[in-house]
Design a protein around this ligand. Structure first.
Ligand SMILES: [Fe+2]
Ligand SMILES: [Fe+2]
Length: 192
């Protein structure tokens, strides 16, 4: 690895922390999607697959910024045990809220003094995208807990993921570009 300035060291540390968080979230969501399939909650499985894709986008973005400083992102995937899908959704929601309320605000605070635009941008985009993840997990939990008839969690369904920032949506207008990173609507990925 290249030597980096002390000025950039704090930013790299925060990028590494965020990369590890996102990579672990991705791994959990892949496993949670499999569990949801087993339980016949195919819509929840779709949601977890879309969220896994979004967390991959975040992890890759953080890793790219690190690479600009000559640093390689790395992490261990921590052991976890999938539970019921409802419990997994609640764990996912808690993780998203942690990212929105704590992780990314702390990351942004740390890099504020560094004036590194790429680090600020990747954290800001992830923070805003995680808010959309939390809303979708809340929505899924409410549908399962309330046992709403013809639940949207029962059948596979499309979710839309912005490739630029990992924003997620259950529905998109035809002409609605990304509200976070301005990626064009046509570039959104459909995950089912
Ligand atoms: Fe997320
Ligand atoms: Fe976006």
């Amino acid at each position: 690895m290249l030597q980096i300035s002390a000025e950039h060291e704090a930013a790299v540390q925060e990028l590494q922390i965020a990369f590890e968080d996102e990579a672990n979230a991705q791994a959990r969501y892949v496993a949670f999607a499999s569990k949801a399939n087993d339980e016949g909650l195919l819509g929840a499985a779709s949601l977890f697959r879309a969220a896994a894709r979004a967390e991959h986008i975040h992890a890759a973005s953080h890793a790219w910024v690190m690479s600009q400083f000559g640093q390689n992102a790395h992490c261990a995937i921590h052991p976890f045990q999938p539970k019921s899908t409802l419990e997994n959704l609640k764990e996912a929601l808690a993780g998203e809220r942690f990212e929105v309320d704590s992780l990314y605000p702390d990351c942004l605070k740390e890099v504020a003094a560094c004036n590194i635009l790429t680090a600020t941008r990747t954290f800001t985009r992830a923070l805003e995208a995680e808010k959309t993840h939390a809303l979708l997990f809340e929505w899924a939990i409410a549908h399962i807990e309330d046992e709403i008839g013809s639940s949207p969690m029962a059948a596979p369904r499309d979710f839309f993921v912005c490739p630029g920032c990992g924003l997620m949506a259950a529905e998109l207008d035809e002409d609605e570009d990304c509200s976070v990173c301005n990626s064009l609507r046509d570039r959104f990925e459909t995950v089912r």
